[in-house]
Design a protein around this ligand. Sequence first.
Ligand SMILES: [Fe+2]
Ligand SMILES: [Fe+2]
Length: 436
Amino acid sequence: MSTSEVVSGLAGARRAIQLYPRAHPAYQEAFDSFIAAVHNETALGPFVLNWHQGRLYHDSVVLPEDSHGTASIADAFESRGIESLTLSPTFGQDDAVALAEVLALRPVPDLDVALELSNRQATSVLISVIAKVDEEERQERDRQRQADRAMYHQAIMALSRVRQLLASGGADLSETGGFVSNVMERMFADPAAVMGLATLRGSQDGDLYHSLNVMIYTLALGQRLGLPDEGLVTLGLSALMHDVGKGAFIADDPAQAEPMRLMHPKVGAEILQRVAMDDPAPMLVAYEHHMQPDSGGYPERESTYVAHPYSRMVAIANRYDNLTNPGSAHVPLTPDRAIVRVLQEGGTVLDPFFTRLFANALGVFPVGCLVRLSDHSVGVVVSPGEDPLAPVVRLSFDDRGAEVTEQHDIDLAVGEVRIVEVISPESLNVDVSEKL
Ligand SMILES: [Fe+2]
Ligand SMILES: [Fe+2]
């Protein structure tokens, strides 16, 4: 007797229900051998059968698909949303009939397997079903996602107008205030969703996307630091405006590339100086965000010069976005490698304290990381978990390589599956932001 005999016994009993009248000898024969197999397996305690992604497991051992009845029972579980089945040692004829009957019922969408079992007084059978995401909940989530994307694109457009205004001599940042606090508010409510937005990228206006993404990453750092709301608004605005000086140069003129690189901090500070602000931070950040703690970087300064904390924070977010979104000329680093690089640069190129805090805020596998799991499925990290190694992953491809179109999230904190490697989205032709 073995595990697979319980499964083939169950398959036989289910078939007997469908084929034979109760009085037929084959009917009782099927049930007798099913019950005997269960008794054998429950001699030492309850018998548990789990269904996971098309396969049946007993403990953590997968049942061979070619063994008798396994495929039909796996299908029966799948179509009825059954995740696990527990049979206790008191399992008897009534339980066996009830279970076989319920597995023979048509798997209509509103079939309630647990209720059907309890109606039949099956006391030694316990079934747990996969929680169906409530349709309303799903619609609400979709609605919020659309709203977040709209917010992001409106922010891009507003930023574009503000930069044009500043470039033509204007001195009004008022349009930015609203969306900095909008993004901030959403950041508090759902940090993962906002971090997901930073993986969006337009084919044009790379500079605007860069500014907005640097703001999002900087806010994540500021939030982790525990800055009060007021400080966060100024920090966010500073991050958003850090490259404003680039607007004074012609981006696609190769002759201007080097002057733009070296001069945009100074030019940006001059632009922001015109705008009367209570807080000098945005101007300082524009001026200082390419300064390194080892006295490298630019503009030149006294060796005793210490950059504003916000400048040191923006420098890190700026570096991270440049590493993960380097533009078409360079190969992007996957988010996990970019975090490692930022940590390595802490102390020389970047501020050592803020780099550690930044890594802490984004996690080992930042939101947007495409990962391969130990069961060979592939998915995108959608939110960090308590355990930095066990985030929540949204499946892109199942364990057989088939694309997953329905939203299916796996919380790695639960169960045995873990991350095996991070893969580059290009290698699988996956648009990560589509998943977030
Ligand atoms: Fe810059
Ligand atoms: Fe930048």
